[in-house]
Design a binder for this molecule. Structure first.
Ligand SMILES: Cc1ncc(COP(=O)(O)O)c(C=O)c1O
Length: 237
């Protein structure tokens, strides 16, 4: 569908504060140029994240009202569990309140000094949790993904050759898992092709390494694969 306006109505508005250039320069200086130390109230357009910064749909609000907050056995949990199982096919689902909390649990168990975690590009919270555990976060992004001025379909792809070389260099026993972040958010939300995911999977299988997806934008990744399907054979995505 193509429309000249956004095909939805925004039903609530929230005032935002305008600042002058001088104020913004002072805010930046006072924060030591660390965007994480800037108060959100001082930000007019938030380019640091899109998570939780936009309007919720009518269905999402309705979902909040229908939510079951029971201390145990909550209906909402079973609904959530069934959806995640349907999408991932995994038997066991452990809910966490945020991605960074899941990363903290994962790398507390699997990270640690002397370990290496390859990824196409680590998201900032992922890198922080890997490094906090003492492990090393290694980005193995395809060269084209590092060139913002170049237009290409799958700039989030991992460099599969580099991955295999890296496993040879540090030893598979020092790599508890390989990650792919879809979409590659720290690299501009660029998509990863299905073929690339399969190629990384094949390398992981060869060395018997588990492959973890940071699937935070898996739906957007799937959308972009469909949009760019001109370069894909039917059903390849
Ligand atoms: C790729 C990726 N991984 C992890 C996270 C962390 O998730 P959360 O903000 O829920 O802690 C984000 C958040 O935007 C993300 O984009």
């Amino acid at each position: 569908m193509k429309t000249i306006i956004e095909p939805f109505r925004i039903k609530s508005v929230e005032p935002i504060r305008f600042t002058t250039k001088e104020e913004r320069l002072k805010i930046l200086k006072d924060a030591g140029y660390n965007s994480f130390l800037i108060h959100a109230d001082d930000v007019l357009i938030d380019l640091l994240t899109d998570s939780g910064t936009s309007a919720m749909s009518a269905s999402q609000w309705a979902g909040v009202m229908e939510g079951d907050e029971s201390y145990a056995g909550s209906r909402s949990f079973y609904k959530f569990e069934a959806s995640v199982k349907k999408i991932t096919g995994h038997e066991f689902i452990i809910p966490t309140h945020q991605g960074r909390a899941a990363e903290k649990i994962l790398f507390t168990v699997l990270g640690g000094k002397g370990k290496f975690i390859p990824n196409n590009t680590h998201f900032d919270t992922t890198r922080a949790n890997v490094e906090f555990s003492g492990a090393e976060a290694v980005d193995l992004l395809n060269e084209i993904g590092k060139q913002p001025e170049v237009r290409a379909d799958f700039k989030g792809n991992m460099d599969v050759e580099k991955l295999e070389k890296f496993i040879g260099e540090v030893g598979k026993e020092n790599i508890p898992l390989v990650m792919i972040t879809i979409t590659n958010n720290s690299g501009g939300g660029q998509p990863v092709s299905m073929q690339n995911i399969k190629d990384v999977r094949a390398v992981c299988d060869k060395y018997k390494l588990p492959l973890f997806l940071d699937a935070c934008r898996f739906a957007e990744n799937a959308f972009l694969l469909r949009k760019r399907k001109k370069v894909l054979k039917k059903n390849q995505f």
